[in-house]
Design a protein around this ligand. Structure first.
Ligand SMILES: [Zn+2]
Ligand SMILES: [Zn+2]
Length: 327
């Protein structure tokens, strides 16, 4: 499908600045008209040019007429996303941001921030599975507190031993794991956190103006990563409730999943692939929060993440947290 302007016939795109559909040709808003295309998806329905379409491409830009084309069969039916976070940063906004971030940067080659290079950035809707979990965490351990005091010539030591018992129900909401073979998992993890208050029911309009991919890994295949994040967080939550002891010996811990739900979402990522001396230096910018993750040309060893990487979108309900004084 293509979204065409009722007034001028131009390609209407979603504008992150205006937060609505916008025709960059005649500058009208809300003038879009959906035109469904039939036939070979490799042929641009607007100009007949050959489209760059890979196996999983769900939205692309025609290199000849610059129209954004969305493939119905890859955003509908079994591939219909439940949710989407629309791009909050436009190309212009991201260019400005990159310049602010890296101006005066000693590592950056001169054309790293050039208009021509930065204009090659593409906004990409990356497919994600979002996992909800209800879990029960049980913990048992032994804590010790030691008190030492002196009375006359005698030193006294008192050791109190505590049974530490924790039993908590925790619900996790929408732990993301990307469902794209093409996107590096560790980079997508660094794109977190997304703010879920901007999650919306999917509409194809949001894709107009961007590239997209349908999920190309089944939810079962990526679940291990979500589960790992969940278990790590559950562990941290448990540990956070155990304080005030001089020493703690862990005895048992059990995390049981009582309920789960999976939804399919598209999350926005800007991709800037900078080539320098024959090598690619990809930069990824979270299209919602503008967090930048990239590899800088002179520092080959390290992937740089700018900003916090804390996993934020989790809600914890501490149902029953208690410690029993045993001795
Ligand atoms: Zn128009
Ligand atoms: Zn075209």
């Amino acid at each position: 499908m293509i979204f065409q302007c009722k007034n001028c016939g131009g390609n209407v795109v979603y504008s992150p600045e205006k937060k609505m559909m916008y025709c960059p040709y005649c500058e009208s808003t809300g003038s879009e008209q959906r035109r469904d295309s039939q036939g070979d998806i490799h042929i641009c329905p607007n100009c007949g040019g050959e489209l760059p379409v890979e196996e999983h491409t769900s939205a692309t830009r025609c290199p000849y007429c610059d129209n954004y084309i969305i493939f119905n069969e890859r955003v509908e039916g079994e591939y219909a996303p439940d949710l989407v976070i629309p791009f909050q940063y436009s190309l212009e906004m991201v260019k400005k941001l990159m310049r602010e971030k890296f101006k005066g940067s000693i590592f950056a080659p001169t054309d790293f921030l050039s208009e021509v290079r930065l204009n090659t950035m593409e906004g990409d809707y990356v497919p994600f599975w979002l996992y909800d979990y209800n879990v029960n965490c049980q913990y048992r351990g032994e804590g010790r507190k030691v008190r030492v005091w002196v009375n006359g010539d005698t030193e006294y030591t008192e050791t109190s031993i505590y049974d530490i018992v924790r039993d908590m129900d925790v619900s996790f909401e929408k732990i993301p794991a990307d469902a794209s073979i093409r996107m590096p998992d560790e980079i997508m993890d660094l794109m977190e956190p997304y703010s879920y208050d901007q999650l919306q029911p999917f509409r194809a309009e949001f894709l107009s103006g961007f590239l997209g991919e349908k999920y190309n890994m089944p939810a079962e295949q990526t679940e291990g990563r979500a589960k790992g994040k969940m278990e790590g967080d559950a562990n941290q939550l448990l540990r956070r409730t155990i304080t005030g002891y001089g020493s703690v010996v862990n005895q048992s811990q059990n995390i049981r999943i009582n309920g789960r739900k999976t939804s399919y979402g598209l999350l926005p990522v800007w991709v800037y692939t900078y080539q320098y001396k024959g090598q690619d230096y990809p930069f990824y910018i979270n299209g919602q929060t503008a967090k930048i993750v990239g590899k800088v040309p002179v520092s080959k060893a390290k992937v740089w993440a700018y900003g916090a990487t804390l996993w934020a979108a989790l809600t914890a309900i501490l149902a029953c947290v208690y410690g029993i004084l045993a001795l």
